[in-house]
Design a protein around this ligand. Structure first.
Ligand code: IPE
Ligand code: IPE
Ligand code: MG
Length: 259
């Protein structure tokens, strides 16, 4: 799709729906393995190229005026992959922060890792803690990395945390409503994503942000993640801007037509 001048400039300052808040884009970065296979390479090469795509996309998102980017890096189910591949992915996560943290910090990016901290090795935990601590005061751009993340696990953990409050007498079961529950999720207090992009030709959520995606626009881009970059992101944002979000209401035109 070629972009007209007008459409492109609209995409440069995308707005979320809630009164001028910056857009929150979430991405399921899928297709690394198939990208490598297509080239006759081991899957690890796809993951390495995927890190480069992440770097490009973070830079592109900032330049496009996106305020928050949440990327799915490793799911609770991905532990079932061959151990060698799991180690490769964990190693790349460490390498990414080792090489990019300084730049992210200087660039005003606030880094947050969402997902279960259990089962992460102590060196990975130290890197995650350092990334969050060093960027804690930044506000220009929010980068959330879902790592060892599963939507169901996160919902179960949130339920357990609330149940503990009840057990300890700090809350009553009748206090629980959507807002109170949401505050227990690992994504809290960040706003929900406005759009979720999945690359890699599949049409599913694969356990990503199940609660938070209730009203997100879903956009599927048939490109393997290692080939992704700012131009694809711009196209996704343009597609998002052409959608009408209704949140269960009727369209404004229909209300006017009905008198
Ligand atoms: C996404 O690419 C990266 C992770 C899940 C860690 P895949 O590794 O799932 O690549 P495909 O889907 O097998 O091509
Ligand atoms: C989702 O991709 C997880 C990440 C992108 C990190 P998967 O490749 O694990 O999803 P499935 O197995 O195709 O559903
Ligand atoms: Mg996959």
């Amino acid at each position: 799709m070629s972009l007209s001048e007008g459409a492109a400039s609209r995409a440069l300052r995308p707005q979320g729906p809630a009164g001028g808040e910056a857009l929150h884009v979430a991405i399921i970065m899928d297709g690394n393995g198939r990208w490598a296979k297509q080239r006759g390479l081991p899957r690890a090469f796809g993951h390495r190229a995927g890190v480069a795509a992440l770097r490009r996309t973070v830079e592109g998102a900032e330049a496009l005026g996106v305020g928050r980017l949440t990327v799915f890096g490793f799911s609770t189910e991905n532990w079932t992959r061959p151990q060698r591949e799991v180690s490769e992915i964990l190693g790349l996560m460490k390498a990414y922060f080792a090489s990019d943290l300084g730049r992210l910090e200087r660039g005003g990016v606030r880094v947050r890792i969402i997902g279960r901290r259990e089962n992460l090795s102590s060196d990975l935990l130290a890197i995650v803690d350092e990334a969050e601590a060093r960027t804690a005061k930044n506000e220009k751009f929010h980068l959330q990395v879902a790592f060892n993340y599963g939507g169901r696990a996160d919902i179960a953990d949130a339920a357990r945390r609330f149940a503990r409050e009840v057990e300890e007498g700090r809350a009553r079961a009748s206090d629980l409503d959507e807002q109170r529950f949401e505050a227990q999720l690992s994504t809290a207090p960040a706003p929900a994503p406005d759009l979720v992009i999945r690359t890699g030709c599949e049409r599913r959520l694969s356990n990503f942000l199940l609660w938070e995606c209730a009203y997100a626009e879903l956009i599927f881009q048939d490109v393997y993640w290692p080939d992704y970059g700012p131009d694809h992101l711009r196209e996704a944002i343009l597609e998002f801007q052409s959608r009408e979000r209704r949140f269960g209401q009727v369209a404004v035109d229909d209300v006017l037509a009905a008198g």
